[in-house]
Write a protein that binds this ligand. Structure first.
Ligand SMILES: [Zn+2]
Length: 490
């Protein structure tokens, strides 16, 4: 049982200095310049009695940048001394370990000591040499995509024989299993990429279309994608009651042994809050986000250019464990509700700043393949209004139940559901598929299959996982057997 209960106070992670720190003087200059330009602009505008300020900056989902590094707002001039040479080199080494040699080289060259310090020059040479050995990955249509639900921390409470036990056993993965999977995939040369590395939109003389990306890795490395569905910490998992009414449910000691919310850790990285069987709440590596983050801190070569996983959220109980569903406001009171929304917004920003990609998993978790086009449109709109309003827009959707809106053929504009989702901003569509890989580069979208690495798959189809890890050494002995083979899905 729960060895994690005794691991609650894990050692703090090495806190990385923010590499943008080195550019602060430049950024300050730019800000000053911007202020001047804006001031002059306003003056001219008022002289000309210009009608109106510029329209709202609604950058479309296509313009989403790949947040591969933490970002810093350059609003306050820093009086801190610059980083030491050792800190600069450690940070550059971390970035270079993720195969982003160009950024690492730029960081060193931007140092005022670059022209005088031999170590910096030697490091640049080392990075340049390593970069020259990278090989363009060409088997893009074979990139695999694995996914998980919330991870089980305490198997005693998840597998306690209550009505939820079978669902957890079938559709969930334990923290121990997840850690073993990461280690074995790392040992086999897998490297986590983002969907934006895999495929993206380009515009040139031939118009706008989707194309595969340019991924460069050392020989023997294999890129893969990862996602997590339902990062909501639903009531049935974390407390007493179903939560399917208009009263929000918060964590209590009857929780089933899962983390119950994402919070921002003391080191600025996203982490999880967890209540143990005695009702004590601690923060630490209790779910996919912090476990993967810690693993990458230890093994930066597991993440390509700072990639993290895709996180899919529904809206019907709020996001990340915050009870942000609008109809909860009446029961909670405006102040408490506003606090939940504010906290969820901050967590969303923190996740994005650290490279995580936030995605739609629909509002109400209906099977998009089985419902009418009108219902898909209504559900998608509700997600936009109640979830995107908190976590921001996205162009990635993880279909609930893995239920795709079309067969294996390409989406076309005859497909009403596709047109709706496209107009709602989606360009990356992911279903669930048992095959090793299933990728489809459409004219104006990317679509892919995802593999569930859960109890049902590991117990019933271990042969389908041999490319990734050895099921015998991963499978958690605490699972009740046999793992049921049919259920309602999740
Ligand atoms: Zn789901």
């Amino acid at each position: 049982m729960g060895k994690y209960e005794r691991e609650q106070h894990r050692a703090p992670r090495r806190r990385r200095r923010n590499k943008w720190h080195y550019y602060i003087p430049t950024v300050i200059l730019l800000v000053v310049a911007l202020v001047c330009v804006v001031t002059i602009g306003w003056t001219i505008a008022s002289v000309l009695k210009s009608q109106d300020p510029s329209p709202n900056d609604e950058s479309g989902p296509n313009n989403i940048t790949i947040n591969t590094q933490p970002t810093t707002e350059a609003t306050e001039p820093s009086t801190e001394p610059g980083p030491s040479l050792d800190e600069l080199l450690a940070e550059a080494d971390f970035i270079a370990a993720g195969y982003d040699y160009d950024t690492a080289i730029s960081m060193l060259k931007a140092s005022p000591e670059f022209s005088t310090d031999n170590e910096l020059g030697a490091r640049v040479e080392q990075y340049t040499n390593a970069k020259s050995k990278l090989i363009k990955y060409t088997a893009m249509d074979t990139v695999t995509h694995i996914f998980f639900h919330s991870l089980i921390v305490d198997t005693d409470r998840a597998f306690d024989g209550d009505v939820d036990q079978d669902g957890y056993n079938m559709y969930m993965t334990t923290v121990d299993e997840f850690k073993a999977i990461l280690q074995q995939m790392y040992d086999r040369g897998f490297v986590l990429i983002s969907p934006y590395h895999l495929a993206h939109e380009v515009t040139d003389d031939n118009g706008t279309r989707f194309t595969y990306g340019d991924i460069r890795l050392p020989a023997g490395k294999t890129p893969f994608l990862m996602s997590q569905d339902d990062l909501n910490y639903y009531s049935y998992m974390i407390g007493t009651g179903s939560g399917k009414n208009e009263t929000p449910i918060f964590v209590d000691e009857n929780n089933d042994g899962f983390a119950h919310k994402i919070v921002i850790g003391e080191d600025g990285y996203p982490t999880c809050e967890y209540m143990d069987a005695n009702g004590n709440i601690t923060t630490g590596d209790y779910d996919l986000v912090p476990v993967l983050e810690s693993f990458i801190q230890e093994h930066p070569d597991f993440s390509y250019h700072g990639a993290r996983a895709i996180l899919g959220m529904t809206g019907y109980e709020g996001v990340f464990g915050y009870r942000t569903k609008p109809s909860y406001e009446a029961a909670m009171g405006s102040e408490a509700y506003a606090a939940e929304v504010q906290a969820a917004k901050e967590v969303a920003q923190c996740l994005k700043d650290h490279g995580w990609i936030l995605a739609s998993h629909s509002y109400g978790h209906p099977a998009y393949g089985n419902i009418s086009a009108d219902r898909v449109a209504a559900d998608s709109e509700k997600w936009t209004n109640t979830v995107a309003s908190i976590i921001g827009k996205t162009d990635v959707i993880l279909y609930p139940h893995g239920s795709d809106i079309h067969n294996w053929r390409k989406y076309t504009t005859d497909n009403e559901k596709f047109v709706t989702l496209y107009n709602d901003g989606y360009r990356y569509f992911f279903n669930v598929d048992g095959n090793q890989y299933w990728n489809q580069l459409g004219e104006n979208y990317f679509r892919g299959g995802r593999r569930n690495l859960d109890g049902i798959r590991m117990y019933h189809n271990p042969d389908k996982l041999t490319d990734l890890f050895d099921v015998d050494t991963v499978f958690d002995k605490a699972r009740p057997l046999p793992v049921p083979s049919t259920g309602g899905g999740m």
